[in-house]
Design a protein around this ligand. Structure first.
Ligand code: FAD
Length: 419
């Protein structure tokens, strides 16, 4: 079997490694002419680390990132609303890893080079169209200038081409990204460690929020610290299709004046950041199908979601694993793609909606509504039961509660590994 993967991001590359692991040949076609290590911070939850460990990458990823110890929520006054241990300290058998997206991409690409060979990833090939014909899928590509650059024939085509997926567009013509009126600012900066030294913090509420976590240890004890800040979109905002464009740094920093807390000076962290980028907060509505005959969608192409609860990268990895497991379990390609879809789509569509409602971060908004001026004790504002059930329900729905992750086998159990 030969598989065509469209898109060399986190979903496409990790899927290629999973297919290779089970003996299926594949090739990844990527639009950009040079694959560079791009992006700021991303999180790999234990359910994804479990799968990447089964691919032999666990130690490399752990060494390249930060093993997240804690997730903590604070109101805009810097008062702690909730904290929970993360990763092995929480009882998982695998860690949570906060890592530079560029580094993660580089590690996946390096593993592909070693295992599948340098020709397994074909850059400068943007998918323009595809069709299924006589049990094959023919994909057509253009180079960065828009000129036709050839075709690829595969038994299956996997659309791993991200939030603005061309593969998805062919099934859902005219579908638009959904913009919620908020802008993200994004930055990464060398800084002193705060709290545990490996704490992910979310501060504020729905309309004004910051997510901060370290992604790399630096020599001398400092850490590269990744942050995202949300605000209502100002005039002159970037086009919806843009990922990262340069932002007016001062406009961003000014909005976080006063966010100087004993445990972290958020305002100073933002002010010290060399370059601030911006992107609109977009996702897409859930769709009823991902698999159409011999074509399917994975990662952001299937379920682009708002960046709440640090899910997109992890779910992209899991998609590829479940897809590989389905191809092992079912001989007929179309039936295997349907099996994959049926195992994943309901939970991911649910996650899109949960994230629009702030997912586990909804307790920040509840605390803001009930106590905008702060509180003496958090349990005067939110009961322990509300706090605990919000945190647990999100993890359960996302498939990374401790019991689920620890008790299941890897999605792809190789015969030699079984038992
Ligand atoms: C440049 C970049 C930087 C990012 N930075 C961050 C970050 O800092 N933090 C974070 O949490 N998330 C970031 N993301 C998003 C994050 O990687 C995804 O949300 C998540 O990992 C799911 O991965 P994915 O592979 O589905 O999508 P993506 O990682 O977005 O990968 C999709 C890939 O498909 C390619 N592609 C698109 N259209 C075509 C086409 N027609 N033909 C061929 N290839 C195509 C894209 O160039 C891209 O490489 C970034 C994405 C990109 C593309």
């Amino acid at each position: 079997m030969q598989v065509t993967i469209v898109g060399g991001g986190i979903a496409g590359l990790s899927c290629a490694l999973s297919l290779h692991q089970i003996g299926i040949e594949c090739r990844v076609y990527e639009a950009v002419p040079h694959l560079a290590p791009l992006g700021h911070g991303i999180n790999l939850q234990p359910n994804a680390v479990r799968e990447l460990t089964a691919l032999g990458l666990g130690e490399t990823l752990a060494a390249a990132g930060i093993l997240t110890q804690e997730l903590a929520f604070f109101n805009k006054h810097g008062q702690q609303i909730w904290t929970e241990p993360r990763g092995k300290g929480a009882g998982y058998r695998w860690p949570q890893i906060s890592i530079s997206r560029g580094k993660l991409h580089e590690i996946l690409l390096g593993a592909i080079g070693e295992r599948l060979g340098a020709r397994a990833v074909v850059p400068g090939h943007r998918l323009t169209s595809f069709e299924e014909r006589s049990g094959k899928v023919i994909a057509r590509f253009a180079d960065p200038a828009g000129n036709p650059v050839g075709e690829a024939e595969g038994d299956i085509l996997i659309g791993a081409d991200g939030i603005h997926s061309s593969v998805r567009q062919q099934f859902y013509k005219g579908e638009k990204a959904v913009f919620d009126g908020y802008l993200h600012y994004r930055g990464i900066v060398e800084a002193e460690p705060y709290l545990t030294g490996a704490s992910m913090v979310v501060v504020g509420h729905r309309h004004h929020r910051a997510i901060i976590y370290p992604v790399t240890k630096l020599p001398g004890g400092k850490v590269m610290t990744n942050w995202l800040a949300y605000t209502k979109i100002p005039p002159g905002s970037p086009p919806l299709e843009a990922w990262d464009t340069a932002a007016d740094k001062q406009a961003c920093v000014d909005q976080f004046k006063g966010w100087s807390f004993p445990w972290l000076d958020v305002h100073a962290l933002f002010a010290a950041t060399p370059q601030v980028l911006q992107l609109p907060n977009v996702d897409r509505d859930p769709i009823p199908r991902w698999s159409f005959g011999r074509v399917t969608l994975i990662g952001d192409a299937a379920h682009p979601m708002q960046p709440v609860g640090a899910q997109a990268g992890s779910q992209a990895v899991v998609d590829g694993r479940v897809l590989a497991a389905s191809l092992m379990a079912v001989a007929d390609p179309a039936a295997a793609l349907t099996r994959y879809q049926d195992q994943r789509i309901a939970a991911m569509n649910d996650m899109i909606i949960r994230n629009r409602n702030l997912g586990l971060e909804s307790i920040l908004q509840t605390a803001e509504e009930r106590a905008p001026d702060g509180f003496r004790r958090i349990n005067d504002v939110l009961s322990q039961e509300e706090l605990e059930s919000t945190a647990f329900n999100f993890k359960k729905a996302a498939g990374f509660d401790i019991e689920t992750v620890n008790s299941r086998d890897s999605f792809v159990e190789m015969p030699a590994q079984a038992g």
